[in-house]
Design a protein around this ligand. Structure first.
Ligand SMILES: Cc1cc2nc3c(=O)[nH]c(=O)nc-3n(C[C@H](O)[C@H](O)[C@H](O)COP(=O)(O)OP(=O)(O)OC[C@H]3O[C@@H](n4cnc5c(N)ncnc54)[C@H](O)[C@@H]3O)c2cc1C
Length: 414
């Protein structure tokens, strides 16, 4: 592992923020088309590369901008305000840059992050069909006589594969005959993190690797979360990064807080859209709870309260996400029990996830039936927000981690 600098200054961040605002507007413009067409938003690739934001968190010594996790969070939430699905795709790039730079050797950082600084994009398919992200990898890395590994298996959640030329993934190193270790501990320590070239043609076919376009889900259509098949995909020896669980779980804040930032940006957008409709909407003459000749919705009690409640939720989420980033930057997490570090960081994501799902549902009831029609931004946000339940950590697992700690602290110490 190498120490990385995060020395972006205020002027540099202001420039990156301006780029993010511009890119966010572009994502906002093209987002509805790709939601309807249910494909990856291909024009976003050039726009993302042109923005230069891909190197935001890459340390300056590798040609990047040296942004820290708070800079990253602010950029992601700005982009997500424009379009959360497109941003969730590029979020995988930011997540993997953050995770990998803390785990790779100096030579690997120089090579791979140097390529990111030159405009390349990376992605991270880890989850498998059997047990998502927390299941030990069934994907195999079979050692080769001449060195390196051949990878066999399927990753079922490959967001951003269609834009990436660098792949990061995990697989369990087997014996020469392809047998996975039988003991649990042996299996955990045989699971490795790899990085490699991802060189596929326009149809997603590569040497020992291919993209299968299966993505079809309730929401987040433009993420292009495809299946990735590995069938003898060769990874040379210098593509081995470290043990997967022991390594990545120490820097998973890059996943958890970046996902939190996606849904914070979505909260910004829900609030903006709700306000735009409800500040102007007039019902005319009404009969019912309010019987009047002229009813403006901005004067209806539950709507005033509902909008106030949403504004409060946005503000609280903003504080929770950005403050958690700042606490990590300041090293305050050193004071938390080590077992609680990961779930405590994850609380920012679970808090925002609960709030964004509440807000997208509430926005529909406040705006009324027009929000339910296809093409209305509210039905889209409602579908997209449901994805916040799944990315790590989910709220059930966070509570399990925390509950286990408080119910059996001595046993955990053992
Ligand atoms: C839009 C989108 C894009 C995604 N992109 C990617 C990507 O690019 N790369 C990637 O790797 N993944 C990606 N994912 C996958 C995602 O992060 C999860 O891994 C996936 O949803 C499956 O994991 P799960 O925990 O939801 O379900 P499962 O692992 O099937 O879990 C089922 C149930 O068991 C519980 N559970 C699971 N494991 C444990 C455990 N160890 N302890 C206690 N309870 C447990 C879960 O909480 C859940 O209730 C994406 C997901 C979405 C929605």
């Amino acid at each position: 592992m190498t120490t990385v600098d995060q020395t972006m200054n205020d002027a540099e961040f202001a420039a990156a923020s301006a780029k993010a605002e511009e890119l966010s507007l572009f994502f906002r413009e093209i987002g509805p088309k790709y939601d309807i067409e249910n494909t990856f938003a291909y024009p976003s690739i050039d726009a993302f590369k042109k923005s230069g934001l891909g190197s935001l968190v890459v340390p300056k010594q590798y040609g990047g901008q040296g942004g820290n996790i708070l800079h990253c969070s602010k950029v992601i939430s700005e982009l997500s305000k424009g379009d959360s699905a497109i941003t969730l795709a590029y979020n995988m790039h930011f997540i993997m840059c953050g995770i990998m730079m803390g785990l790779m050797s100096e030579a690997q950082n120089k090579h791979w992050l140097g390529r990111v600084s030159d405009g390349e994009i990376m992605f991270g398919p880890f989850s498998e069909a059997r047990a998502g992200f927390s299941g030990l990898a069934d994907m195999k890395a079979v050692p080769q006589a001449g060195g390196g590994w051949k990878i066999y298996g399927v990753k079922t959640w490959g967001t951003l594969s269609e834009a990436s030329t660098i792949i990061t993934t995990n697989a369990t190193v087997t014996d020469a005959d392809g047998n996975i270790p039988e003991g649990y501990e042996e299996r955990v320590s045989a699971e490795m993190l790899f990085i490699a070239d991802f060189d596929v043609d326009a149809d997603g076919q590569g040497d020992g690797v291919r993209i299968e376009k299966t993505w079809n889900a309730l929401g987040m259509h433009a993420t292009g979360t495809q299946m990735i098949h590995f069938d003898g995909f060769f990874v040379p020896e210098d593509g081995l990064v470290c043990e997967w669980r022991g390594g990545a779980f120490g820097v998973l804040e890059w996943a958890s807080l970046n996902f939190a930032s996606i849904y914070l940006g979505m909260q910004y957008r829900v609030f903006e859209e709700v306000r735009a409709v409800l500040a102007k909407k007039t019902l005319g003459a009404t009969f019912g709870a309010i019987a009047a000749n002229e009813t403006k919705v901005s004067g209806i009690g539950h709507i005033v309260d509902g909008v106030g409640d949403m504004a409060a939720r946005v503000e609280l989420s903003r504080r929770v996400v950005y403050r958690t980033c700042q606490e990590l930057i300041d090293g305050e997490d050193d004071e938390w029990p080590v077992e609680l570090r990961f779930p405590y960081i994850g609380l920012a994501k679970t808090f925002v996830a609960e709030n964004v799902m509440y807000m997208t549902r509430k926005s529909m009831s406040l705006v009324g039936g027009q929000s339910f029609r296809k093409g209305a931004i509210f039905e889209r946000l409602y579908r997209d927000s449901a994805a916040s339940m799944f990315q790590p950590l989910n709220s059930d697992q966070s509570c399990t981690y925390i509950g286990e700690y408080f119910l059996a602290p001595e046993e955990l110490e053992d």
